[in-house]
Each structure stands twice: as C-alpha cells, then as structure tokens.
Design a protein around this ligand. Structure first.
Ligand code: NAD
Length: 417
C-alpha cells in the first residue's frame, strides 16, 4: 500500500469470522478518495482475546474500530463510555478512541434511517411495521423511535428473541415519544391490520437469505399494497423474495445495502470528522457485492485460477473432488468456498497447465464482471482449433518441402552410382 507512511493511523474492525467483511474495502476507498492518512484493517479476534485486543488498540492509539459479531453485546464492559443509543440497543458497533478514552456507540439504526432518506423516504411522524427483534431490528426501532417515528408495530416469532422484543417495546415506550407494540408473527389478522395502517413494512430477520433464501416473513403477498414502502435489511441476495413480490405489486422497495453503507459512513464521520464520499465507496467497494458467481458454478476447466482482491492480494481457487477451496498463499490456509459468491475479487487469471500461458481474463467493471464461462470455453476451443490447424499445415508442408528439395537435388533422371 503506497500511501502508508510513518504518520498513518489505524482504523479497524474486530469480529470472528471476519474475512468476508466489506468494511475494509469501503473505509480504505473512502480514506484514499479524501486523502486521509488512515488504514482500515480487519482483525479476527477470538473471544478470550477481546479484552487484550481492546487494551492493545488503546495502547497503540488506534483511532477507532467497528465491532461485529459476536462482540457487539460484550465489548461494552471494556470501554469508558457508552452512548445512550448503544445503551438502548444493548449493542455497540463502533468504538471511538479519543486519546485513550474509549466510547462505544451503534450506527446501524442511523444507517437504516439515512438509507431511507437517501431514497427520498420520510417516515418521521408516521407508523411502521417491522418483523424482528434481533440486533438489526433493535437498532432500527430504537433509532426510528428517537428520530420521531410515531408508532412502531413489532412482530416476532416466539423464539429466543421474544424477550428482547418485549424489552425493546418497554424501552421505546418509556424513553421516547414513540408508541411501540409487540405482536406474535403468527397472528395474521393483526399483522394485516398493522401493515394496512403503516407507511412502511420492514423485514429485519434472516428470512430471505442463506438457508431461508426464497422465503418471506409474510404468509402471502395479499398483505402488501401499492403505496406501501417495503424494506429489507438483507442485501445478499440483492432482492429477497419479499422485495421481488413487493416490486411486482408496484411498492417502492429498499434493500439492506444502504443501511450497511450508511452505518459505515456514520462510523467514518465519528473517527475522521469527514463525510464518507458515498459515491466513491459505492463504486469501489459495493459493486463487488453483487458479482453473483459462486465458486461452485465455475467449470472445472477454469480451475485452478488466481483471484485478486481489491487490494491486489492473490488467492488460488481450486477444486478438490467436488468441493471448491480458496487458498491464501500468505497464511497458507484454505477456506471452503462452494456456495460462496466470489464477490470481493476484482480480477481473475486463468492458469493453464503451462504456467507461462497465463491469461488475464477481465478487469472488473461493475456487474459485468466475471468472465463469461461459455464465451471463454469456446474461445479456448477456437484457439486450440487454430493451433491444430497450424500443426497440420506444418506437418503437411515439411514433407512437401523436403520432397521438392530432394527433387531438385536428386533429379528424377539422375543415375545413382
Ligand atoms: P439476530 O439473530 O440477532 O435476529 C434474528 C431475528 O430474526 C430474530 O428476531 C428472530 O426471531 C428472527 N427470525 C429468525 N428466523 C426466523 C423465522 N424463520 N421466521 C421469522 N423470524 C425469524 O440477527 P440480526 O443480527 O438481527 O440479523 C438479521 C438480518 O439482518 C440478517 O439477515 C443480517 O444479515 C441482516 N443485517 C443487515 C445489516 C445491514 O447493514 N444491512 C446489519 C445487520 C444485520
């Protein structure tokens, strides 16, 4: 990294697992664009190292860091101050280090509210219905209540989050002007009524991603109407089933990408006192998110290949048996990658059996990245075809040439002695 000097200060992120995080790409792109002398690194910290990590960051005068799972609810005990919003949420995603004084806060809720504003959506003084009471939902409802949303109807299944949902409702009603109520997600009649009275419906659960991809929290689409805003905290997939269905009905929809982006921007502002250049960050960091090629979708004849991430670090993607692995030559470690999207890589190099015959396939340009396997497959075949043709011509030409030379040197009527 050319811009790192003796003056460069450190920002970071602690969590485990961490390597999938887009935050380093976002924050480093922002620092580069603004010419700020910071570097943002991701630290994979194990639970028994959390306290040491915080002390170490303090000793090293790290300016600030993000906190992700599983430390959002436990890091507070090692900090000097916790902001009111972080106390309300019972979680911290940002630590600011002011000359050794550590303050913990949470920017997820601000991220969500700013993302709505960014889309021209104003819910202040209005009613919202939200499903979920986990980390994301709690940050959203607390911030929404503090920002002036008039009423929030929270729905949840009766699982481990139910008690947190009860606490959230109690805190909102006692500490803000907003009126909050909790309902069982299985109470469909009330769900319909509350959505009908709301300007926005938000999914803040895992339903729609991972194992629950293709599912939605609503029993069916009859709960939606054209003038309802439908938002989802999920951004991978880009459009959950809920957003797809809502779009068909004509609703304005918004996925979780804006929330992710603006929570980062809010942390960035707290550390650097500068506005994150959102357009730059979107361009550099986030177009990578939707490069929707999965490791398992890459045909065998393209593997192994070398992938370069945004920081130009090489990784080798290879297949062993039916499974795909990403090999990190620096740490000499391997991560299984089968269903994973190869989204944070900006270019790929195919390695043919002859290592000199490397071929740079594609510089990434937004969504047009990755290579087109079918095109590449045929291109390889055409190349092989031409090569075979040349070999054949050569094979034919050599004997013809030899024969003609022989004819000239040894004429037909020459007498051998
Ligand atoms: P969590 O585990 O803290 O909470 C999960 C919530 O989903 C709970 O309320 C739980 O009751 C509910 N839930 C789980 N399975 C359900 C089901 N089958 N039906 C109905 N409800 C169900 O998780 P979290 O940290 O709050 O994350 C929730 C989602 O938000 C995840 O998809 C995560 O990726 C996303 N998220 C997005 C952002 C962002 O910036 N866009 C930030 C944080 C989390």
């Amino acid at each position: 990294e050319k811009r790192i000097t003796g003056h460069t200060e450190l920002l970071g992120l602690i969590a485990t697992p961490i390597r999938h995080s887009k935050s380093p790409v976002m924050h480093n792109a922002a620092c580069r664009a603004l010419g700020l002398d910071y570097a943002y690194l991701a630290f994979d910290i194990q639970p028994d190292q959390l306290e040491d990590a915080v002390k170490g960051f303090k000793a090293l005068n790290v300016r600030g860091w993000n906190v992700s799972m599983p430390y959002k609810t436990t890091i507070g005990q090692y900090l000097d101050h916790i902001t009111p919003i972080a106390k309300m949420c019972g979680a911290i995603n940002t630590v600011i280090n002011d000359h050794g004084v550590l303050t913990g806060t949470i920017t997820d809720g601000t991220g969500y509210m700013t993302a709505l504003k960014d889309q021209g959506i104003d819910i202040i003084g209005k009613k919202m219905t939200i499903v979920g009471a986990g980390g994301a939902a709690t940050a959203i409802v607390m911030q929404a209540a503090l920002d002036g949303v008039k009423e929030i109807s929270i729905f949840n299944i009766k699982d481990a989050s139910w008690d947190r949902a009860l606490e959230n409702v109690e805190k909102i009603n006692s500490q803000t002007q907003c009126k909050a109520q909790l309902f069982d997600l299985n109470d469909h009649e009330t769900l319909r009524k509350e959505i009908n009275e709301s300007v926005i419906f938000t999914n803040a659960t895992n339903v729609g991603m991972g194992k629950l991809e293709g599912q939605m929290v609503l029993p069916d689409t009859s709960y939606l109407r054209k003038d309802l805003i439908v938002s989802d905290v999920i951004y991978m997939p880009e459009k959950t089933k809920l957003l797809e269905e809502a779009e068909k009905i004509g609703c304005k929809t918004i996925n979780g990408l804006g929330m992710m982006l603006y929570q980062g921007a809010a942390s960035f502002k707290l550390w650097t006192d500068q506005d994150m250049p959102i357009d730059v960050v979107k361009e550099v960091g986030l177009t990578a998110i939707y490069r929707d090629i999965k490791a398992s979708d890459i045909p065998n004849h393209f593997l192994p290949c070398i992938l370069f991430d945004e920081e130009d670090r090489p990784f080798i993607l290879k297949r062993k048996g039916k499974e795909c692995f990403l090999h990190d030559p620096v740490s000499n470690s391997e991560i299984k990658k089968d269903g994973s999207y190869l989204k944070n890589f900006k270019k790929a190099i195919l390695v043919f059996r002859d290592p000199k015959k490397e071929k740079i396939l594609d510089e990434v340009k937004g969504k047009e990245w990755f290579w087109n396997p079918v095109k590449e497959f045929w291109r390889s075949y055409i190349e092989i075809g031409f090569l075979t043709l040349f070999i054949n011509i050569f094979a034919l030409a050599v004997p013809l040439f030899t024969m003609s030379v022989y004819d000239r040197v040894v004429p037909n009527n020459a007498t051998e002695t």
